[in-house]
Design a protein around this ligand. Structure first.
Ligand code: IPM
Ligand code: SF4
Length: 753
C-alpha cells in the first residue's frame, strides 16, 4: 500500500516542524529554543526580571554568554579587572552586571581574559555551539548570521530573552518562505558582501519583512561558511526574520572537531540528520527572487540605509531624476547627511577612516582577503596619508589565528591599527567612534545616521574593498589591485543597484492585515493568570505625524542610551538625534518637540518598515516613557512589532493611504482614539472609523495585561515532553560543556566561570 503523501517542505518548514512544542488554533506556536547566546547590552533587564520573579535559567547548558559591544579594543596586556579596564562607567556597569549574572545563574561565559571572547555571532559558530537544524536566538538582530549553518536563527528583544532564559521556548508565528537564488559565476573581486549588498539594493530593506529567506543557487553552494555567514548576517538589513543556507559538506567540514560539535557516534547520527535538511523538490515558496551572479560587481553604499547601494563604477544618485516624492525626499535627506553632491562618481569619494571588523566581516577569511589587497599594493605600500585604518578581529581566536598566519604583520606594516576583539566601531558603544562629519569605509552592516558616531558617515563595503580604500584614501574598485580588466568584466547592468528607487523587484508590501481568528476566547488562557504587563484597551489623545520611511531603531534611540540597566528613564532619548541640535544641544523643531505633539500618545508614520534594524527593546521603552502607547504605520519590522507588544503597546498596520489620512488628521490637530477591543481607529472629523486587525492571542494578552512567561510556564508539561523527545532524537543538543576539554588560557589559566 502506498504510504501517506507528504507535502514537499522547505528547509524552514522542516526546522519549524521539528521545534513546535505546542500550537494554538490561531497558528501561534510555542517553539523550543536549542541555543541561546547572551551579551551584556540586552540581558541585564532580563536577568533582573528572573531575579524578581525568583525564576532560574531553564537550560544553562544551552546558553552561552560573552561581552562584546562595550569592550574597549585596546591591548589587554596589562588587564587586571573589568572595573579598571572598562573606563566608561555605563559600559563598565553593563560588563560587570553580566559577570555577576552569569555567576548567579550558573552560565558559561567568555570574559575579557578568555581568548574565546568575541562578538556573539563569531563565537557561536567558532565553538560549534551553532549547529544545523537548531533554533538559535540572541537579544541581537544579527543572530540571523547563524542561519548559514541551516538553522533557524533570529534576533529577539529583552523581554523575549527573559522568556527564553526562563522557559527555553518562544511564542512565534510562522513566517513566509522566501527564496533568493543567485546562479552563475561571480566576477573576480566580487565577494559575499557584494552579493548581499546587491540583493538588499534590489529588494529593499523591507523586501524580506515577515519572511525567512533561504539563499539558494550555485553561488551560495560554492561559498565557504564564512561567506555564507556574511550573507545570512545581513538578512536583517533586508528586513527578513532570518536567513538560511541548507547545510552540506562545506558546513560539516567547518564543524568537524569544533569544541562543542558532536563527536564520534553522535557526529555520524547528527550528520545523517543534517543531510535531510534541504528544501524538498516542489516545496512552495511564497516569494522567489532570481539574481544573475554576473550582474554583481563590487558594491558600496552611498546613503543612510543599507538599500542605498551603488556599483563602485557608478555615481551618487540625483534626486531630481526620482519621480516618487517620498523617495526623492529620502534621497535628498541621505545625501545631505552624507555630505554628498548628486552625480559624484563613487570612486571620487574621499575617506577619513577605514574599519575592518563587525559580525559581518571579521572572520579569518575576511582578514585574509583584506590582507591580500594590502600585499597587492606592494611590499612597502602604506595606508593613504588622509586615512586612519583599523582592523578588529571578531574574536580572540580569530586574532590568534590571524597572528599565526602573519596577517597582523601585513596590516601593521602598512599602518593599520591592529586591535582586540569586539563590536568596536560597528556601533561605537565602546570608545571606537567616528567624529562628526568623518567619513568611513566600513565592513559592518549598518550605515544609519550616527551609527558609527554622531554625525559620522558610513559607506558599507567588503573587506577587500575596505583594504583598497585604505591604500588609496578613497572608495576604490578593488579589481584595480587584482589586475582585472574592469571593462571586460562589465557588460553589467550597472544601473541595477539603483533600480529599487523606481522599479522594485518585489511587489509593494501589502498592509499587514491578519486573518480573523478561529480561536474562541474560551480556548485562550484564563485572565486570572498572574499579570505582568500594562493593559492596552483604548488609547485616545494627541497623535503626532511622521513622514519618514524605514525608521530604524538606531534613529528611535541611539546607542549611547543602550547602556542602561533599567527599562525606564528613556523619554529624553527618544529620537534623540532628531530632537537635539548636535552643536548647541538645544531642542530642534522636530515634531515631538512641538506642542501639542510633545504630549502625543499615538505616533502616525506614513513611511513603511517602521522599527527596522537593531532588536533593541529600548526603542519601545523610550516611546512608552515619552507617553506614546500606539504606533500606526503601513508596516513594521518583525522584532520591533514583538517588542512593542511585550510592553503593553500596540502597533497598528494600516494601508499607506489610511496612514496618510490619519497623519493629516494629526496635522490638523485632531485627536485619535485607538480601540483594541473593537479593533478600530476612531477619528474626530466625523469620518468613519478605520478597522484594523491584531493577532488574537496578542490582543487577548494586551487587553488583559498578561505576561507571556507566566502563561508559558503553565505549559511546562509540554516543554518537558518535548525535551525528552529531543534527547532521544537529537542527543547532541543536550548538556554541552567544556568539562575535560578546557582550552588553555592566556594569563592565569583560570576559566572565567
Ligand atoms: C545591541 C543590539 C540590540 C543591537 C542589535 O540588535 O543589532 C546591536 O548589535 C546593533 O548592531 O545595533
Ligand atoms: S552589528 Fe555590530 S554591534 Fe551589532 S552585534 Fe554585530 S558587530 Fe556587534
Amino acid at each position: 500500500m502506498p504510504g501517506p503523501v507528504t507535502k514537499p517542505r522547505t528547509l524552514y518548514d522542516k526546522i519549524w516542524d521539528d521545534h513546535v512544542v505546542d500550537i494554538q488554533e490561531d497558528g501561534l506556536a510555542l517553539i523550543y529554543i536549542d541555543r541561546h547566546l547572551v551579551h551584556e547590552v540586552t540581558s541585564p533587564q532580563a536577568f533582573e526580571g528572573l531575579r524578581t520573579a525568583g525564576r532560574p535559567v531553564r537550560r544553562p547548558d544551552c546558553t552561552l554568554a560573552t561581552v562584546d559591544h562595550n569592550v574597549p579594543t585596546d591591548s589587554r596586556k596589562g588587564f587586571s579587572s573589568v572595573q579598571s579596564f572598562v573606563r566608561e562607567p555605563d559600559s563598565r556597569a553593563q560588563c560587570v552586571a553580566l559577570e555577576e549574572n552569569v555567576k548567579e545563574f550558573g552560565l558559561t561565559y567568555f570574559g575579557m581574559t578568555d581568548r574565546r571572547q568575541g562578538i556573539v555571532h563569531i563565537i557561536g559558530p567558532e565553538q560549534g555551539f551553532t549547529l544545523p537544524g537548531i533554533t538559535c536566538v540572541c537579544g541581537d538582530s544579527h543572530t540571523s548570521t547563524h542561519g548559514a549553518f541551516g538553522s533557524l536563527a533570529f534576533g529577539i528583544g529583552t523581554s523575549e530573552v527573559e522568556h527564553v532564559l526562563a522557559t527555553q521556548t518562544l511564542l512565534q508565528k510562522k513566517a513566509k518562505n522566501m527564496r533568493i537564488n543567485v546562479d552563475g559565476e561571480l566576477h573576480e573581486g566580487v565577494t559575499s558582501k557584494d552579493v548581499i549588498l546587491h540583493i538588499i539594493g534590489l529588494i529593499g530593506t523591507a523586501g524580506g519583512t515577515g519572511s525567512v529567506i533561504e539563499y539558494a543557487g550555485t553561488v551560495f553552494r560554492g561559498f565557504s561558511m564564512e561567506a555564507r555567514m556574511s550573507v545570512c548576517n545581513m538578512s536583517i538589513e533586508a528586513g527578513a526574520r532570518a536567513g538560511m543556507v541548507a547545510p552540506d559538506e562545506v558546513t560539516f567540514e567547518y564543524l568537524r572537531n569544533r569544541p562543542l560539535a558532536p563527536k564520534g557516534e553522535a557526529w555520524d547520527r547528527a550528520v545523517a540528520y543534517w543531510k535531510s535538511l534541504i528544501s524538498d523538490e516542489g516545496a512552495q515558496f511564497d516569494v522567489e527572487v532570481n539574481v544573475r551572479a554576473e550582474d554583481i560587481i563590487p558594491t558600496v553604499t552611498w546613503g543612510t540605509s543599507p538599500q542605498d547601494v551603488a556599483p563602485i563604477t557608478g555615481a551618487v544618485p540625483d534626486p531630481a531624476s526620482i519621480t516618487d516624492a517620498v523617495k526623492r525626499s529620502s534621497v535628498e535627506r541621505s545625501l545631505k547627511y552624507m555630505g554628498l553632491v548628486p552625480n559624484t562618481r563613487i570612486e571620487d569619494i574621499v575617506l577619513d577612516k577605514i574599519f575592518i571588523g563587525s559580525c559581518t566581516n571579521s572572520r579569518i577569511e575576511d582578514l585574509r582577503s583584506a590582507a591580500k589587497i594590502v600585499l597587492a599594493a606592494g611590499p612597502d605600500a602604506k595606508v593613504a596619508a588622509n586615512v586612519q585604518a583599523m582592523v578588529v578581529p571578531g574574536s580572540g581566536l580569530v586574532k590568534q589565528h590571524a597572528e599565526a598566519e602573519g596577517l597582523d604583520v601585513i596590516f601593521k606594516r602598512a599602518g593599520f591599527d591592529w586591535r582586540e576583539a569586539g563590536c568596536s566601531m560597528c556601533l561605537g558603544m565602546n570608545p571606537d567612534q567616528l567624529s562628526p562629519g568623518e567619513r568611513c569605509a566600513s565592513t559592518s552592516n549598518r550605515n544609519f545616521e550616527g551609527r558609527q558616531g554622531a554625525g559620522g558617515r558610513t559607506h558599507l563595503v567588503s573587506p577587500a574593498m575596505a583594504a583598497a580604500a585604505a591604500m588609496r584614501g578613497k572608495l576604490t574598485d578593488v579589481r584595480k589591485f587584482l589586475g582585472v580588466d574592469i571593462n571586460s568584466s562589465g557588460k553589467l547592468k550597472v544601473a541595477s543597484a539603483f533600480d529599487f528607487l523606481n522599479d522594485p523587484v518585489l511587489p509593494p508590501p501589502e498592509p499587514e492585515k491578519q486573518e480573523p481568528s478561529q480561536t474562541s476566547p474560551k480556548e485562550l488562557p484564563p485572565t486570572e493568570t498572574p499579570s505582568g504587563v500594562a493593559k492596552f484597551t483604548i488609547v485616545s489623545g494627541i497623535a503626532a505625524p511622521l513622514h519618514i520611511e524605514n525608521v530604524d531603531t538606531d534613529m528611535i534611540i541611539p546607542k549611547q542610551f543602550l547602556k542602561t540597566l533599567k527599562r525606564s528613564g528613556l523619554a529624553n532619548a527618544l529620537f534623540f538625534t532628531l530632537r537635539k541640535d548636535p552643536h548647541t544641544g538645544k531642542d530642534t523643531d522636530f515634531v515631538l518637540n512641538r506642542a501639542p505633539y510633545n504630549q502625543a500618545k499615538i505616533l502616525v508614520c506614513t513611511g513603511k518598515n517602521f522599527g527596522c534594524g537593531s532588536s533593541r527593546e529600548h526603542a519601545p521603552w523610550s516611546l512608552n516613557d515619552f507617553g506614546i502607547r500606539c504606533v500606526i504605520a503601513p508596516s513594521f519590522a518583525d522584532i520591533f512589532r514583538n517588542n512593542t507588544m511585550q510592553n503593553g503597546m500596540l502597533p497598528v498596520a494600516l494601508s499607506a493611504e489610511e496612514c496618510r489620512e490619519l497623519a493629516a488628521d494629526a496635522e490638523a490637530g485632531l485627536e485619535l482614539e485607538v480601540d483594541l477591543e473593537k479593533q478600530e481607529v476612531r477619528r474626530q472629523n466625523g469620518k468613519p472609523a478605520i478597522p484594523f486587525t491584531t493577532d488574537p492571542f496578542r490582543r487577548h494578552c494586551l487587553l488583559n495585561g498578561l505576561d507571556d512567561i507566566a502563561l508559558t510556564l503553565q505549559k511546562v508539561g509540554a516543554v518537558e515532553k518535548f525535551e525528552l523527545r529531543r534527547s532521544e532524537l537529537w542527543p547532541w543538543l543536550d548538556g554541552f560543556g567544556y568539562k575535560g576539554k578546557k582550552i588553555p588560557l592566556r594569563g592565569t589559566g583560570k576559566m572565567d566561570w
